[in-house]
Design a protein around this ligand. Structure first.
Ligand code: M6R
Length: 609
């Protein structure tokens, strides 16, 4: 979604801010803008389209400013246009604000402000903030007025503001929308996403809801809106710039697909005790005893993280013996879930900022239920708001289409199943087997990646196909959903994911020679069932790309095209079969010429409802 960067320091603010915006491009946006404080005056420049357009607008005006704010906007209120782009200013153009989130009471505020004589230039909810600030500043300092303004806003926000009245001050605040403060040598940064700061800062402070931060020449102070100083921890930022760059790959998505053997190994690192057939999960240490009493698990998540949760359901029930349900966070938050004292709610999220997942966790916490997070972004809201958790350690995932985060989430879910299973009587032998196989997976993943050239050819062959059906069963059913999601989001091809066993109950009516099915048919406990499902589809004239197990000549003889992957435990097979699905979607999108890392209408992290 929208991206915010702020700079307060000793070098050219414009230079850093443009670079920061570029680093946030992956989040998805339709317009961009920048406000610089130059010799006590504000200079605002905005444009529709890419950051490069904004840069062109600014060219020739490098400026001397060392304080500034910038924004990439993903339209919510009002269409993408220059006048709707941030930063927004007040009537006097002496205050500028950038904002992520939604101001829910903007209509009533606007009405009041109009009655007071304010004139609006955009259709956005954000502009309201600048005008409320202007109004409050009639009787208060910039800082005091900022706190008063925040008290009048309802909804979600990360806001950064500058004003000509206090040209050496920058103010920021958050409520249900991420904002991080970066601390460098004699300079300070603000960003809605830590990846904008990687390489420039080593220490960060994650702001919490209801907090504001004041930056001035003395440094920074975090306060509540009631002016109470907050003591904040400065956290070391582990990611380095090389991890957030394309490194010779044409797209982040492809780079991240190819990173999976490493990111998977990183998720396991130091967490397996192969000889004891056990997992060591430091992030759960504090709640170890409580976890022994858990008798039900609910997983809440969205999109790809929801799909990994579905695989987790099979793992946790089979190996930990705990009844598990998975629910889309957007649904969970609005029903009246019945949660017992022994229920564990697990939130899975790459970003750790997804609004629905965060709201689901808050709902669970309100009911006194134990919560844990399986999160990639260290220090993100979900990681901080859950009682405990396990980080994925996948490194920055920049591509909007999630790939390596998915397989890392599966690594953690396998570790968790082992951990909870061994707490509950999963045998040593079985535990050892799972641990041993998990350690082999990175090299199996390397072998799967060797299929990339074949998958590229398949994508060329099927590039014009107008609809896909993804089918799988048991552990590979969630991957059918995931494969369909991938091709929809980056190649814009309608696709449906379905459990193979459900075909007869309706969807088989769709099958004819125009249909292209992608089926997961590994040599597992449902192999025979899958094979007959495939026969039924082939018999009705559809073509099938089958993803099976190495050595399966029977499958190769029957399917139209076949990809054979290394044999592993059934519970781990989706970790391997996810990769060809990701590659297929990627190469189809390449064939169709789309903007793969920034697909239309999508944002990397969905921080509003
Ligand atoms: O950051 P999260 O894992 O919470 O994000 C959840 C979904 O928004 C995300 O997985 C989305 O579906 C991806 N674009 C899928 O590739």
């Amino acid at each position: 979604m929208c991206g915010i960067v702020g700079y307060f320091g000793k070098r050219s603010a414009q230079e850093f801010l443009l670079e920061g915006l570029r680093r946030l491009e992956y989040r998805g946006y339709d317009s961009a803008g920048i406000a610089l404080v130059e010799k006590g005056k504000l200079r605002v420049t905005r444009s529709v389209g890419k950051v490069s357009v904004l840069e062109d607008r600014l060219s020739g005006k490098v400026g001397t400013s060392m304080i500034g704010i910038a924004h990439t906007r993903w339209a919510t209120h009002g269409k993408p246009s220059e006048k709707n782009a941030h930063p927004h200013t007040d009537c006097t153009k002496r205050v500028a604000v950038v904002h992520n989130g939604i101001i829910e009471n903007y209509r009533e505020l606007k009405e009041t402000l109009e009655q007071q004589g304010h004139v609006f230039r955009s259709e956005t909810d954000t502009e309201i903030i600048a005008h409320v600030l202007e109004e409050e500043m009639k009787t208060n300092t910039f800082e005091g007025a900022f706190a008063q303004t925040l008290k009048r806003l309802r909804g979600a926000y990360a806001i950064v503001a500058v004003s000509e009245s206090s040209p050496n001050v920058m103010l920021a605040a958050r409520l249900s929308s991420p904002l991080v403060l970066g601390i460098g040598e004699g300079e300070m940064f603000l960003a809605s996403d830590v990846s904008a700061l990687v390489g420039d800062v080593k220490r960060v402070v994650y702001l919490d809801d209801g907090e504001m931060v004041v930056l001035d020449v003395e440094g920074y102070v975090v306060k509540t809106l009631a002016n109470k100083r907050q003591k904040k921890e400065e956290v070391t930022l582990e990611w380095d710039r090389s991890k957030a760059e394309r490194g010779g790959f044409p797209h982040f998505m492809l780079k991240e697909i190819f990173e999976q053997p490493k990111s998977f190994a990183d998720a396991l690192r130091g967490r397996l005790i192969p000889e004891e057939g056990h997992a060591r999960l430091g992030g759960l240490k504090a709640i170890e005893k409580r976890l022994r009493t858990i008798d039900r698990i609910i997983i809440v998540s969205c999109g790809t993280s929801y799909h990994s949760g579905l695989v987790g359901e099979y793992m946790l029930e089979e190996y930990a013996g705990i009844p598990t349900e998975v629910e889309m966070a957007s649904e969970f938050r609005y029903r009246k879930p019945l949660l017992g004292k022994k229920t564990l709610v697990i939130a899975i999220s790459q970003s750790g900022e997804t609004a629905d997942t965060l709201a689901a966790i808050r709902e669970a916490k309100e009911k006194g239920v134990l919560t844990i997070g399986i999160v990639n972004v260290v220090g993100s809201s979900i990681s901080r708001e859950t009682d405990a958790g396990v980080y994925c350690h996948a490194g920055p995932e920049i591509s909007v289409a999630s790939t390596k985060a998915f397989t890392s989430q599966l690594a953690i879910l396998a570790l968790l199943s082992l951990y909870l299973g061994r707490q509950r009587g999963l045998s040593l032998v079985l535990g050892q087997r799972i641990a041993k196989e998990l350690l082999l997976l990175p090299q199996y993943m390397e072998r799967v990646l060797e299929h990339a050239p074949i998958i590229k050819k398949l994508a060329k062959k099927y590039a014009k196909q107008s609809h896909y059906l993804y089918l799988g069963r048991k552990y590979n059913y969630p991957n059918a959903l995931e494969g369909a999601l991938k091709i929809k989001e980056i190649a814009y091809v309608p696709a449906q994911g379905y459990p193979t066993g459900e075909m007869k109950h309706g969807p088989i009516a769709l099958i004819d020679s125009s249909v292209m099915a992608i089926m997961m048919v590994p040599r597992d406990s449902v192999y025979e069932k899958n094979m007959s499902g495939m026969q039924e589809i082939l018999a009705r004239g559809s073509r099938v790309i089958a993803i099976g197990t190495e050595g399966d000549t029977e499958l190769s003889q029957q399917a139209t095209d076949t990809l054979l992957l290394p044999k592993t435990l059934e519970m781990l097979s989706p970790i391997l079969s996810a990769i060809p699905l990701q590659l297929f979607a990627y190469y189809i999108a390449v064939e169709r010429g789309y903007d793969i890392d920034q697909p239309r209408n999508l944002a990397k992290s969905v921080t509003v409802e």
